[in-house]
Structure formats: C-alpha cells, structure tokens
Design a protein around this ligand. Structure first.
Ligand SMILES: Nc1nc2c(c(=O)[nH]1)N[C@H]1C(S)=C(S)[C@@H](COP(=O)(O)OP(=O)(O)OC[C@H]3O[C@@H](n4cnc5c(N)ncnc54)[C@H](O)[C@@H]3O)O[C@H]1N2
Ligand code: MOO
Length: 213
C-alpha cells in the first residue's frame, strides 16, 4: 500500500497494526443457518447427512434395472411390464424383477432399479390392458439417477475455519443437513478500544464499523 507521506499520520501498515493490536480476539458463536449469511466460519463444518439422502430419479420417466434390457435389439426388442408408480415423497419398495415403474423427478428409486428413461424417450405399448416399456437397444446403467451421497457423504468436510458463508454455501449446508453454524462474531465499534497515540492526537478507529451481532 502507498504511504501517505504525512508525518502526522501513520502509513497503512502501521495503522493496520494499531487497529489489530486494539482488537480483542475473535469471539465464537453458534448461529442458526438462516442467520449465517455473510459471516465467517469459526470451525470445520461437516455434512450431517448424505446428499442426496437416497437414490433418486433425476427425470420424469420410468425406472427399471438396466440388466433387463441387455439383450434388446431392433429385431428382438425387450418389453418390460409397467407396474406401480413412484412419486416424490413415496417410500421405496422392492421392484418386481423385469418391471418398469413410472417415476417423477426427485422420487426415490424402487429397490432393484438402477436406471431411468425419460418420458420423452420412452416407447410405451399396450396389450390386453397391460402397458409395456419397449427397448430396441440396451440402456446405459445408471442413466438419470442421482445416487445417495454423490454430492456429499455424511461426515464429509464441507467448510474450513475462516471461510465466508455465501448464499451458495447456505444452500449447500442446508442440503447437507447442517442447521447450526459456528461463526466468529462480527466486529463492532464497541469491540475496539480508542486509539490514544495517533501521532499524539487522541483518535478512535478512523472508519465506521457495524455493531457486533
Ligand atoms: N422427462 C423429463 N424430466 C425432467 C426434465 C426433462 O426435460 N424431462 N428436466 C429435468 C430438470 S432440468 C429439472 S430442473 C427438473 C424440474 O423438476 P422440479 O420438480 O424440480 O420442478 P417443477 O416441475 O417446475 O416443480 C417445481 C414446483 O415448485 C413450485 N414452486 C416454485 N417456487 C416455489 C416456492 N418458492 N415455494 C414453493 N413452491 C414453489 C412450482 O410451482 C412447482 O410446482 O425436472 C427434471 N426432469
Ligand atoms: O432446469 Mo434443471 O437444468 O436441473 O435446473
């Protein structure tokens, strides 16, 4: 930083040293996540749960086990009987082997299903009142599925001390089940002692600061 060249006033580094020396050590607080925006972390933060918390569909479509489509060709298509239904909020139950399930974005995958085809790509036929999902080629396993813990696993280190809690961090912490956040109390004007030897002129810290919160 440039020095001011004015003997009556300290240069930047000296001024900073004076202010730093007059500041008390930072105070740690635990605040609810909703009050953490803009603060600085005071400790390591760990994911409190897996994110996603369960295997979920990333698309509206049909869930099935990709294995069941392995033999599909244009000449010998594979037809999976459409059963049940999985909507967001439903619990997961065991799939009938070889069946396909209508599923919505965010819904839990049926146990035993590992792949989702979107409604747009799905070819559905009906025979004698039963609907079938038809494949003319094998489907890639894992497509359109968000796996439990793929963003963060419970216990994963999410933030280290001294990091600014941004809006993005708030969203991530909420997803990871973190509800209370260790932060440093924001400095307030009352945190600083008056500076009494400022080139002989009693002064206070020369800039306005927010009150402690
Ligand atoms: N077969 C396909 N599936 C999906 C596709 C696709 O192209 N084909 N796109 C995927 C993508 S990308 C996304 S993103 C998701 C979107 O699904 P969501 O369920 O997340 O979103 P919506 O259907 O729009 O539902 C949102 C729902 O929330 C209501 N809303 C909006 N704001 C608020 C608020 N502040 N508080 C409460 N509720 C709110 C809104 O009215 C809607 O009802 O789909 C993939 N799947
Ligand atoms: O419309 Mo989306 O791309 O997952 O947010």
């Amino acid at each position: 930083m440039t020095e001011r060249g004015d003997d009556a006033k300290p240069g930047f580094d000296e001024a900073r040293a004076i202010v730093t020396a007059s500041a008390p050590p930072p105070v740690e607080l635990i605040v609810p996540l909703a009050d953490a925006l803009g603060r600085w972390t005071a400790a390591d933060l760990f994911a409190a749960r897996d994110c996603p918390g369960f295997n979920a569909s990333a698309m509206d479509g049909f869930a099935f086990a990709a294995d069941a489509t392995a033999a599909a060709t244009a000449q010998m298509p594979v037809a999976l009987a459409i059963a049940g239904e999985y909507r967001a909020g439903h619990s997961s139950t065991a799939a009938i082997p070889g069946a396909a399930y209508p599923i919505s974005t965010g819904a839990r995958m049926p146990i035993g299903c590992d792949t989702v085809i979107t409604t747009e790509r799905a070819r559905v036929i009906e025979k004698s009142g039963q609907r079938f999902l038809v494949f003319h080629m094998p489907e890639t396993i894992g497509r359109n599925v968000r796996c439990q813990g793929e963003d963060a696993q419970v216990g994963a280190l999410v933030l280290t001390p001294g990091q600014r809690i941004t809006a993005e961090a708030i969203g991530a912490l909420a997803s990871y089940g973190v509800s209370d956040v260790p932060v440093f109390r924001s400095p307030g004007s009352r945190s600083f002692r008056p500076v009494t030897s400022w080139a002989g002129h009693p002064r206070r810290a020369p800039f306005p600061m927010p009150m402690a919160r």
